[in-house]
Design a protein around this ligand. Structure first.
Ligand code: AMP
Ligand code: ZN
Length: 693
């Protein structure tokens, strides 16, 4: 089969437009209002997410959305999976179905210099028998590729690249992406059936927010927006996908008999139907190509999304057909890759910051530089050992890179630019806030301020941690309020929060009644927060969310936790000696024991609930279990909960350490292969349920 023939189309005008004409139905007033609201909301969505030009306020938008939600509830017969109300996603879990691409999704050849781009153009021209070519330049968006199919103006399917021939059907997740039209505006001249291809992106701002949250929850960070976008697109929970803020840029349309002669014409058409289109420029000469490279290597740094290069394409779609493709990539396009982003800037000074556990973090203050779309003024220096390894001196010119971390890092020094007489950077010996002599934890690179009860950032840091969303989830206490509560003398430790009243709060400077009430409501509700999160909220060093869960499950109540020895604790699977030691030290401090007693008095959950206890077993203790595929009896979330209930751990990827795989139907072929290679047991639903009986 001639792949290119099916890959791209002939150029006859599409006469099939009857297919688009819908039979008008008789709608009642409310039903007609549903249709109208959907169109209105789609239009505002497009203005906001594609054009970046909001046409109504957020409140008005929410108001219309709520009206539509209410009406849809009243008229279930009008349900539509593509209604704007469905953009919020759901937590239904189903494995992904594998779908064969109608046309394979190929990759692109690479080039790294203008000479290589010239070679590519020469080859293309030769292949066309010396015909002149027109070139277009585009950004190479660094996300994860997607193919989206539309029929009669409605989105019907979205599939990942996969291995190029088959990909995962991720439609449920893709419809949560606001900049992707679900229904094209009526009356537009789009083909009855076509496919658009583009890149799903997690914009820098969302990426940074996500990694900040993950750092807070002690979850592994995403190395870059590409991994984050790909990971997000494969989540089983489309509500979470909706929350993360993906975006999409498109750069191809494919279909039978599409009427366009050039790539730019096709892209303009797609733009007019509401797609967010890759930035495309026609380049008249090789000098224009050079210019384009130089210009965008700078300007891409202020784009809201990550790019890792440019793509040059021939503009004529007929020439695409004539040139065809090699086994891997088309002959009419080439990628141009930029060197990874790194900037050199001056180290102005170093601040030493004190965290909630007293650990001192050195932070570099830099002469501001533009790096991957954001202005960087600060960079992490990690700890004393790293400062020494990098041999940083005062006032050095340093190289900064943005990796997966939230804060960019310093990766080297340009010693040639070092000023004569510059001194090696010295680490502080005393706490920069309270002046206490620092201590170094044995076996750790970190220096710690031991003044737990009087050092302000430690006190406010613990309060902020305690009220956090994954801890006690008390709304209304951010950095500023925590500081204010501490300075006013109202709250010196987390137990003091439970002595607060609305009156005490409104007596504070600039404190609104409403905020006070909100905080008091949150404090009241926190008394229902499960035991495992109470453990997490205490700020015991090294006890993150996962460790807190393990402790709750194994230890059952706070009294037992307080009296356990380091040996007993370390005997719990997943609790290492370092964590065990830290727990023992925490409860050895009288103030901490007092705080726990006061929290107990306040009514916090200091043990697993009856219900949690009743269903708990240790049948899967120490087991690491991968869940894969689609299930009949229970949802994936339910299986996950069962694993945890029975002492096991649900892990996402297969490794030697995996105990077994709980497999439903359609387990991914790559997972299957890996499991077989590593000799890991695969058990089905029924076997799993038997195991727990
Ligand atoms: P690579 O994965 O490095 O082989 O690069 C090829 C991939 O770049 C394609 O499969 C697309 O997912 C992606 N890409 C990003 N921007 C563009 C663009 N403007 N045109 C074509 N492909 C692009
Ligand atoms: Zn201190």
């Amino acid at each position: 089969m001639d792949i290119q023939r099916s890959l791209f189309n002939d150029f006859e005008i599409d006469n099939n437009s009857e297919e688009q004409v819908e039979q008008p139905k008789q709608l009642t007033g409310e039903e007609a209002r549903i249709v109208e609201l959907r169109e209105t909301l789609n239009r505002h969505n497009h203005s906001y997410y594609v054009l970046n030009q909001p046409t109504i306020s957020d409140q008005e938008f929410d108001h219309l959305m709520r009206e539509l939600q209410d009406l849809e509830e009243k008229h279930p017969e009008m349900a539509d999976p593509l209604s704007p109300t469905q953009r919020v996603g759901s937590d239904l879990s189903q494995g992904f179905k594998q779908v064969q691409h109608e046309r394979p999704m190929m990759s692109l050849g690479n080039s790294y210099s203008i000479e290589e781009v010239q070679d590519f153009l020469r080859r293309a021209k030769d292949g066309l028998g010396g015909e002149p070519v027109e070139i277009v330049g585009e950004m190479k968006y660094d996300g994860t590729s997607i193919s989206v199919t539309y029929e009669n103006g409605r989105l019907v399917r979205a599939v990942t690249r996969g291995d190029g021939v088959r990909g995962d059907d991720v439609t449920a997740n893709v419809i949560t992406i606001r900049s992707i039209p679900l229904e094209l505006p009526k009356g537009m001249d789009f083909p009855a059936k076509f496919e658009v291809r583009g890149e799903i992106m997690l914009p820098w701002a969302s990426f940074e927010r996500l990694n900040k949250e993950r750092a807070f929850n002690e979850e592994p960070l995403f190395a870059n927006p590409r991994n984050a976008a790909a990971g997000t697109l494969k989540l089983q929970n489309s509500a979470e996908v909706a929350r993360r803020g993906l975006d999409a840029y498109f750069y191809f349309i494919l279909g039978e008999n599409l009427p366009y002669k050039t790539h730019t014409e096709a892209m303009e058409a797609a733009r007019s139907w509401g797609f967010k289109i890759a930035h495309t420029e026609v380049l008249e000469s090789i000098d224009a190509v050079t210019d384009f490279i130089e210009r965008w290597d700078k300007e891409r740094k202020s784009l809201p999304v990550a790019t890792d290069g440019l793509v040059f394409k021939l503009n004529s779609l007929r020439q695409w057909l004539n040139l065809g493709a090699t086994a891997k990539s088309p002959r009419w396009a080439i990628a141009f890759k930029f060197a990874p982003e790194r900037e050199c800037t001056k180290l102005k000074s170093v601040s030493f910051e004190v965290g909630r556990t007293g650990v001192i973090t050195p932070v570099a203050n830099l002469e501001p530089v533009l790096l991957s779309g954001t202005i960087v003024k600060r960079a992490s220096l990690h700890n004393e050992d790293i400062i020494r390894q990098l041999d940083i001196h005062d006032g050095d010119m340093v190289y900064v890179e943005k990796g997966g971390e939230i804060i960019p890092k310093i990766v080297g020094v340009d010693t040639k630019q070092r000023e004569a007489g510059a001194e090696p950077l010295k680490f502080v010996t005393h706490c920069p806030v309270c002046g206490t002599a620092l201590q170094r934890i044995e076996g750790e690179a970190a220096w710690v301020c031991p003044n737990k009860w009087e050092c302000k950032p430690q006190i406010t840091g613990r309060i902020e941690h305690f009220v956090g969303r994954h801890a006690m989830n008390i709304d209304g206490i951010g950095e500023e309020v925590a500081a204010q509560l501490h300075e006013s003398g109202l709250v010196n430790n987390i137990a003091d929060l439970y002595d607060l009243t609305v009156d005490k709060l409104v007596s504070l400077d600039r404190f609104q009644l409403k905020s006070a009430q909100r905080i008091m409501r949150g404090i009241e509700q926190s008394k229902q927060v499960p035991f495992e999160r109470v453990i997490f909220a205490l700020s015991i060093q090294f006890v993150g969310e996962t460790t807190a869960k393990v402790l709750a499950r194994n230890v059952h109540n706070i009294d037992r936790l307080m009296e356990m020895s380091a040996e007993e604790l370390a005997a719990i699977p997943e609790i290492g000696p370092k964590i065990a030691q830290s727990i023992v030290e925490y409860f050895a401090v009288d103030t901490n024991r007092d705080i726990v007693e006061r929290l107990r008095w306040a009514g916090l959950q200091m043990a697993l609930s009856e219900e949690e206890l009743a269903n708990r077993t240790t049948k899967l203790e120490g087991k690491k279990i991968v869940i894969s595929g689609v299930f009949q009896h229970h949802s994936r979330e339910e299986y996950k909960a069962m694993i945890e209930q029975n002492g096991g751990k649900n892990v996402s990827s297969i490794s030697k350490a995996t105990s077994f795989i709980l497999a439903g139907e359609n387990m991914g072929p790559s997972k299957l292969e890996k499991a077989q290679k590593l000799g890991i047991d695969i058990i089905n639903e029924d076997q799993f349920l038997d195991l727990l009986k």
